[in-house]
Design a protein around this ligand. Structure first.
Ligand code: APR
Ligand code: PHB
Length: 392
């Protein structure tokens, strides 16, 4: 079977779904294909910090209604180290900007509902996805759906299929340059039915390793521990997790413990593929770049990418002009690298590195000390955390 569509979008994560919605608002239809089921993508637990700019984009496109009801506005974070506690006050340091804590899978649920309500086509559980003729003006995406072979004949392919997707891999060898750092640790993340010990996120740099306290609602906590890069959850029974969280985050008082609803280990890397384009294939979100989660930037740069891409595609279909499409990669990479720098810096400042000697360890302490004692340094953290304004 052949389906004609102006834009084929590979991947129904936040990038693919939001792109489809933004294009729809520009009067451009698309088909989204996704290898997983709807239930799977709606329940995949990921990070949950929305920058002010991300909130604005969701607001402007009518996708923010539930987020405003259920999301938690946060006006600061706490940094903990050496038994000291310091608050970074976002509005005070950034001219009034803040963030919203709202799970990524909730954004995904909201976008799927919006797309389907508007008659949008999202084909879940697609197998054997492949992309073809990317350098021509008539690229194609092929896949199997329920055993049937389907071909999307389109003019633009958006590769929004995450880090392990097929789109980036389909670009011939030698076209892309890759920039990468793999960190010597991972995060063990849990979702727990336990009330938050604090109203704001706590980033703790502890001699036993980094720990982060976050939340999803007044009754659900999201907590992370720095662990070895090859760590497995079987080595972390619930009691061990709570003991370790109490040591690194406890600050004298015990955390409220509750049933652990979800447990997973995530590796930490920085990765960028340049350029984010090959012919009529445009990469967006995790398909093009990965950040370590310390700065909570992954979802936010994915949103920034598709904001730029939707405008470029709209210009192309309205006038045949490729000016914005040609500038797409360069426009996005500027913001991507700023997020990469910030995420790398937060990661370096807050984690224990096995290879650190006394010199590096003292530099790290001095960096933390500077960040919390200088208004300029606190403001630099705050403006990056709430998100830099869009250039265009
Ligand atoms: N064909 C179709 N879909 C695919 C394929 C494929 N071959 N491979 C992967 N996918 C799907 C995945 O199942 C997933 O639903 O593509 C989607 C990619 O979504 P995400 O991984 O969420 O990536 P993205 O939309 O770019 O969002 C970035 O996700 O990983 C986090 O930290 C990251 O928060 C950031 C956000
Ligand atoms: C989360 O709530 O999942 C979260 C928050 C902040 C981060 C990373 C993850 O830096």
């Amino acid at each position: 079977m052949r389906i004609d569509t102006p834009v084929a979008i590979v991947g129904a994560g936040p990038a693919g779904l939001l792109l489809s919605h933004l294009l729809h608002l520009e009067g451009i239809e698309s088909v989204v294909i996704e290898i997983r089921s709807r239930d799977y993508v709606e329940h995949r637990v990921r990070a949950g910090v929305l920058e002010q700019g991300t909130v604005d984009v969701l607001d402007e496109c009518g996708a923010a209604e539930r987020m405003h009801r259920e999301g938690l506005v946060h006006r600061g974070i706490e940094l903990r180290f050496d038994g000291r506690r310091h608050r970074i006050d976002f509005p005070g340091l950034t001219g009034g900007r803040s963030i919203v804590v709202y799970g990524q899978q909730e954004v995904v649920k909201d976008l799927i509902r919006l797309r389907l309500a508007a008659g949008g086509r999202i084909l879940f559980e697609a197998d054997d996805v492949s992309v073809h003729d990317l350098e021509s003006s008539a690229p194609r995406v092929r896949f199997l759906k329920g055993g049937e072979e389907i071909e999307l004949a389109c003019r633009i392919v958006a590769g929004c299929d995450g880090f392990h997707g097929v789109c980036r891999e389909a670009i011939p060898a030698g076209v892309l340059s890759f920039y990468e750092r793999v960190y010597p640790f991972a995060w063990l993340g849990i979702l727990a039915q336990a009330p938050p010990p604090s109203e704001e996120l706590i980033y703790a740099c502890h001699e036993r390793g980094f720990a982060l306290y976050s939340m999803r609602s007044p009754a659900i906590s999201r907590l992370y521990l720095q662990v070895a890069p090859d760590e497995e959850t079987v080595n972390w029974p619930d009691a061990r997790i709570w003991r370790e969280l109490n040591r690194r985050l406890g600050d004298g008082a015990r955390l409220d413990e509750g049933p652990i609803l979800e447990k997973g280990v995530t590796g930490m890397r920085s990765f960028i593929a340049e350029p984010m384009q090959f012919g009529k294939l445009f990469l967006a979100g995790d398909a093009a770049h990965i950040v370590p989660p310390t700065g909570a930037k992954g979802l936010n740069i994915a949103v920034a990418d598709v904001r730029v891409l939707s405008r470029a595609i709209a210009e192309y279909f309205a006038s045949g002009t490729e000016t914005l499409l040609k500038a797409y990669s360069q426009t996005c990479l500027k913001r991507v690298w700023r997020a990469e720098r910030f995420s790398w810096w937060m990661t370096a400042m807050l984690h224990r590195f096995p290879e650190h000697d006394g010199f590096q360890h003292r530099l790290q302490r001095s960096e933390l000390d500077y960040v919390v004692s200088s208004r300029a340094a606190s403001a630099s953290l705050a403006e990056n955390y709430v998100g830099l304004p869009f250039d265009t």
